[in-house]
Design a protein around this ligand. Structure first.
Ligand code: IPD
Ligand code: CA
Ligand code: CA
Length: 254
């Protein structure tokens, strides 16, 4: 299937999933905990994942899927075409704010990012793009933000990692113009794309970073684990992404 047809198909699925979210959230949410009291999942996360998985499985039965909920959350390897799905990124925001969450899909081939989609449902903004396509918000093609240095802007940093000063990241925050915490990896990537922040550090799973990494790389950002190693697409990792200049500066001092 040609790339633009695939893009159209995925966008249609995600818009439909967004409508599903808005329908379902009119009713009482069923919220259950996973690993801890603030690691939660709702009936909406599960329904959206089921919806997207069914679309992919019926259209592309040969492809692999790595998705956050239920039995789809581990994968042996990234060979072939792999779809990475986060049905609701920012579930706590969804539960307590009913906004500031995203539906996300990343499409990878043999471990290489091809397409990324981050849909901010309540703002009606779909950030999408991919290798050699550029990056768009809805139909508008975006320009890359300035390649700022580590001190010359705001950083998005995970609160738990900041409090524990993992990898001495408090120094990054102290030297920068300030630190922000949104509570959705997808929205943090959107913030990078818009140039609102220059770097992002968090503790992420592959479905949290897969689509965002495709998009920010189109804009020349760098991303890796906090030690500078290639992302593993396997389990949770301390993650850093930043403008090329900020990334290089941080890696020199780490
Ligand atoms: C979480 C959010 C949050 C990040 C966590 C993620 P979820 O995703 O993206 O911002 O700090 O690490 O797990 O669980 O709401 O999909
Ligand atoms: Ca999620
Ligand atoms: Ca997530």
């Amino acid at each position: 299937m040609a790339n633009d047809l695939l893009v159209q198909k995925v966008k249609t699925w995600i818009y439909e999933a967004g409508k599903l979210v808005q329908e379902l959230e009119k009713n009482q949410l069923q919220v259950t905990t996973k690993s801890s009291r603030n690691d939660v999942v709702t009936n909406v996360d599960k329904e959206v994942q089921r919806f997207l998985v069914a679309k992919i499985e019926s259209e592309f039965p040969e492809d692999k899927i790595l998705a956050e909920e239920d039995e789809k959350s581990s994968l042996v390897d990234m060979s072939g075409r792999v779809w990475l799905i986060d049905p609701i990124d920012g579930t706590l925001n969804f539960v307590f704010q009913r906004e500031n969450f995203a539906i996300m899909i990343g499409v990878y081939e043999d471990g290489i990012g091809k397409l990324g989609f981050i849909y901010d449902v309540m703002r009606g903004e779909m950030y999408w793009g991919g290798a050699d396509l550029g990056v768009f918000c809805n139909e508008e093609k975006l320009e890359p933000p300035k390649n700022s240095g580590a001190k010359d802007g705001l950083w998005g940093i995970n609160i738990g990692m900041y409090v524990q000063n993992v990898g001495n990241i408090q120094t990054i925050g102290e030297n920068a113009m300030g630190v922000r915490m949104i509570g959705s990896a997808g929205l943090e990537f959107i913030s990078l794309l818009k140039g609102n922040t220059i770097g992002y550090i968090s503790n992420l799973y592959p479905w949290d970073y897969a689509p965002g990494v495709v998009l920010i790389k189109e804009f020349g950002f760098k991303a890796s684990d906090l030690d500078g190693l290639t992302l593993a697409f396997n389990g949770q990792q301390h993650f850093i992404a930043a403008t090329a200049q900020a990334y290089n500066e941080i890696m020199e001092i780490c």
